[in-house]
Design a protein around this ligand. Structure first.
Ligand SMILES: [Zn+2]
Length: 78
């Protein structure tokens, strides 16, 4: 009975294309002392989204995190 739920179902039917959202390519790494290419790693699954960690591709240090809203991941029925 909710328009919001209907809209989220539509989004949920789309194939996951998360790479398009993760456009961060370089972040400052305190160890390398310069902006370095990073890769994302899923850190936590939260009730309302997911927390990703950015790791320096050179030294593997964590250089940041990103929270992705769960709006594209539908979990209805619980
Ligand atoms: Zn580094």
């Amino acid at each position: 009975m909710s328009d919001v739920v209907s809209m989220r179902f539509n989004y949920g039917n789309e194939a996951p294309r998360q790479f398009e959202d993760f456009s961060a390519t370089a972040l400052y790494c305190p160890k390398c002392k310069q902006a370095m290419p990073v890769r994302e790693r899923l850190l936590l699954i939260l009730p309302d989204g997911e927390l990703y960690e950015y790791l320096c591709q050179n030294c593997g240090s964590s250089v940041g995190t990103k929270k992705v809203s769960g709006s594209s991941r539908v979990r209805i029925g619980l």
